[in-house]
Design a protein around this ligand. Structure first.
Ligand SMILES: [Zn+2]
Length: 236
């Protein structure tokens, strides 16, 4: 594969994506870019399935017993994920595992330190909702998040962080400021605030998601993963 091929493939893929999003916007059909039908689950059914999966992970944690080869073959030509998870890059928060061993092709996942909705992440979420027909978007914060703790240090102690880490933390600062001085643990309050604000921002910053939410086709929820007991608490 040469660079020229990469460029051509990238352009074709981009055009396919554009066509899919255009179709989704103009036809209200969200499966155009997915190559097949979207999931039939509603947002509420998807949320219930995540809760069941997390309960399974908490009550009987074990390595994934799914038939991965079979699942891979089943989705090789087409994907119909039923939940988008925006979670932290933290190695202890793998969405497929903490929601009970969800298989290949189930979850559409975006991850970054602090589970923030930057431009790349917003575009990813929009593609999942509009082109793939994913009915549920979850912003998942987690206990003892290092990125949020660092933002709290900026607010509380004027800390500075090198390289791109400092600028990366800036979107978390408003959540840390809002949490400062409130009863309870400062960092944990900021983690909750950050997840809730990010969920809200996904709707306010994305006309695509806002439109799907208004039509009742998509729900956006926030939650917090507990590193100690494995439970996911959903807010609202
Ligand atoms: Zn984190």
């Amino acid at each position: 594969m040469c660079i020229a091929c990469d460029v051509k493939l990238g352009r074709r893929a981009f055009l396919r994506l554009g066509a899919g999003l255009a179709a989704a916007a103009s036809l209200g059909g969200v499966a155009a870019a997915a190559g097949g039908p979207a999931t039939t689950l509603t947002a509420d059914q998807a949320l219930a399935k995540l809760k069941e999966g997390n309960q399974r992970y908490v009550s009987s944690p074990q390595a994934c017993a799914a038939d991965l080869a079979k699942a891979r073959a089943g989705v090789a030509q087409h994907q119909a994920p039923w939940a988008t998870i925006l979670s932290c890059a933290d190695s202890r928060v793998p969405p497929e595992l903490i929601f009970g061993g969800q298989n290949v092709g189930e979850l559409f996942v975006a991850r970054n330190a602090g589970n923030m909705a930057d431009t790349a992440t917003l575009g990813t979420i929009e593609y999942g909702a509009a082109a793939l027909g994913v009915p549920l978007i979850v912003v998942l914060g987690h206990e003892r998040c290092g990125a949020v703790a660092a933002a709290c240090e900026v607010v509380e102690k004027g800390a500075r962080f090198p390289g791109s880490i400092g600028p990366m933390l800036e979107p978390i600062i408003p959540a840390a400021l809002a949490a400062k001085g409130k009863p309870g643990d400062f960092v944990d309050n900021a983690i909750r605030e950050n997840a809730i604000r990010t969920a809200s921002r996904i709707v306010s910053a994305s006309a695509i998601v806002a439109d799907l939410v208004a039509k009742g086709k998509v729900k956006v929820v926030a939650g917090r993963y507990d590193l100690d007991d494995g439970r996911v608490e959903f807010f609202g």
